[in-house]
Write a protein that binds this ligand. Structure first.
Ligand SMILES: NC(=O)c1ccc[n+]([C@@H]2O[C@H](COP(=O)([O-])OP(=O)(O)OC[C@H]3O[C@@H](n4cnc5c(N)ncnc54)[C@H](O)[C@@H]3O)[C@@H](O)[C@H]2O)c1
Length: 288
């Protein structure tokens, strides 16, 4: 099976750029969101991502033309009725995702693949919201932010996912310039388990007064060869999302993922990161 027509549900931070990389790969992409205004914003943002990419030499001007020609925003999910694959990237809320999958299951063709970009909800649990017949075609595709730049996709099989579905989606990810890795359906998959272990220890170092966030970021960049330090990255991801994920990991795996008191305090006090103008760093170009 070859994927030519891709639908993306949710035009937020992740969905919009997933749609972009698929459109750049030559797929006919439809992008929808429950909020029509956000669709316009997403298209404007993607134009800027492409312009910046051209400026930096990642894309050619003809890539921009091709991507925009392949990408159709729509406010009607019924337009997905001829899709080969639909990728869901709505809010991280099981009920919201469940409703989308029930709807998609009744709209898309019988052989259409459905995937979720969830960071923390079990793919097997999400697959239970589609008909038994569809479950062989249901899986997780966990992209990383910003999707236009980050090459990794974790590909996650649910209990009933057919091996062929995994193969087709691994090939699709490669066509889109990504490097897929297969990961078992466990809470946090692989990367989130690794990165939160690291972030929890980094926060503990600050609590103990071992070093400042700035110095730890410098140490990680220069001593570990990382492109960005843990505190700068938490500020980009947002501290509230970091805390939410750590609470989920804590519930699943126990004390080793217990969120640090300092992170909880910062989130409660509104130090959520770059978007809010303050987090581990201050961002004077933003309000707050
Ligand atoms: N932000 C990250 O770094 C990141 C990384 C990997 C995975 N994820 C996962 O990707 C998903 C999306 O995250 P995001 O950061 O893009 O969120 P976001 O809040 O930026 O975007 C979510 C979008 O979904 C739309 N939406 C909500 N309910 C909808 C519905 N019923 N129908 C259609 N659209 C609907 C919202 O209007 C919004 O535009 C989540 O499951 C998240 O856990 C996020």
């Amino acid at each position: 099976m070859k994927i030519d027509k891709v639908g993306v549900v949710g035009a937020g931070m992740m969905g919009s750029e997933i749609a972009l990389v698929m459109a750049l790969a030559g797929k006919a992409v439809r992008l929808t969101d429950r909020d029509g205004g956000l669709l316009d914003k997403a298209m404007a943002k993607l134009g800027k991502v492409l312009d910046k990419g051209i400026e930096r030499g990642f894309y050619q001007p003809e890539d921009k033309e091709r991507a925009l020609a392949n990408l159709t925003p729509t406010s009607d999910i019924k337009d997905f009725s001829d899709s080969d694959m639909v990728i869901e990237a709505v809010f991280e809320d099981e009920e919201v995702k469940a409703e989308i999958f029930r709807q998609l299951d009744s709209i898309v063709p019988a052989d259409c693949i459905l995937s979720s970009n969830t960071s923390s909800i079990s793919i097997t649990v999400l697959s239970s919201y589609v008909s038994e017949a569809r479950r062989a075609k249901f899986l997780g595709t966990h992209f990383f932010s910003p999707v236009s730049r980050m090459a990794l996709v974790e590909v996650i099989a649910a209990l009933d996912t057919a091996p062929e579905t995994i193969d087709v989606v691994m090939a699709l990810a490669e066509e889109a310039g990504k490097t897929p890795v297969k990961v078992k359906d466990v809470v946090g998959f692989a990367v989130n388990r690794l990165i939160h272990t690291f972030w929890i220890e980094a926060t503990r170092l600050v609590e103990e007064g071992v070093a400042t966030p700035e110095d730890i970021d410098t140490a990680c960049k220069l001593g570990m060869g990382l492109p960005i330090g843990p505190f700068r990255l938490m500020d980009a991801v947002t501290n509230n999302l970091t805390l939410d994920v750590q609470e989920i990991l804590h519930e699943a795996y126990g004390p080793r993922f217990m969120p640090r008191p300092l992170l909880k305090q910062m989130v409660k006090a509104g130090y959520n990161g770059r978007r809010d103008g303050k987090g581990w760093y201050r961002y004077d170009d933003k309000a707050g």
